[in-house]
Design a protein around this ligand. Sequence first.
Ligand code: NAI
Ligand code: MG
Length: 331
Amino acid sequence: MTHRIGIIGGDGVGPEVVAEAMKVVDAAGVAYTPVVFDLGGARYLRDGEVLPDADLEAIRGLDAVMLGAVGTPEVAPGVLERGLLLRLRFELDLFVNLRPFVAGPSSLNDGVDMVVIRENTEGVYAGEGGFLRKGTPNEIATQGSVNTRLGVERCVRFAFELAASRGRKHLTLVHKTNVLQFAGDLWQRVFDEVAAEFGSVETAYHHVDAACIYLVQDPARYDVVVTDNLFGDILTDLGGAVSGGIGRAASANLNPTRTSPSVFEPVHGSAPDIAGTGKADPRAAIVSAAMMMEFLGKEDAAQRVREAIEKTEDVTGSTSEIGDAIAEQVQ
Ligand code: NAI
Ligand code: MG
């Protein structure tokens, strides 16, 4: 069966790293039909469209989407994040954002092998809030955090299932329960309830500020971490920085119930500072593509890509030279 894969290169280094990721998918022998979408800052500046309904409907019919990154300095912050990235996450119900961090021998933190599960559809990113008296000296802005039992529980359950399937079987809840007494209370209660069903998984709880210290000082202590949308966004940039750099941090926006396609993308953005220079490391996008292959049932191809990345750990060079080296190793 040929998978239909949506390709959203996006802006800046996005199309550069996605090209290398698909080069490696080709080399791994996974057959697919690419469905290319012209979305991102360039499209928005040209015709004002961020995610036309027709494109969204076309995406719904696909098996998976590979996304580079969106954002250009000319587009106001928020337009593409809310209109494209968050809209895809909400519309396709991509409720798990899975971000693995595996540090290789060349990293200061060799031995780190952790996964962060970030809730991907709620929290402060749900867009609840508003302005009162905007633009006046008395203006008020509120930004609420939305936490539903259903949303928290399905994410926490996914994290327990993942932890139970791994060697260490350890899961840490990260939140700020001492201050966020409502959202934190719901997260903690749901976590404890689901924990009772997973006797084999050892659990821990860390406040998010303490987790930042531990991630820098002793990241190898973590196996699986589950957290809310905002904390997960921040923690995973830090996770990337301590495990080989943002050029290697991959992510999957999953709809585990498979009622719509999942979206795979590097953690990094469009990096306008290095776009067009060939300095972008394509590994984050390539690992994201490996996660996509695994999700599509091509575990063997995904494993070969992971091994090829390990074997080419020390390869330096341009974006396409690194992609070529990994593709060659995969064949
Ligand atoms: P960024 O991740 O694009 O860049 C941060 C730093 O990391 C820069 O110094 C950049 O050169 C470096 N970097 C990023 N990717 C790299 C790679 N593959 N190899 C080597 N170095 C790399 O984040 P920034 O600067 O905050 O955002 C730039 C634009 O990207 C903004 O428009 C932002 O909104 C957008 N963005 C989009 C995301 C997405 O599409 N999912 C995620 C994050 C940011
Ligand atoms: Mg981020």
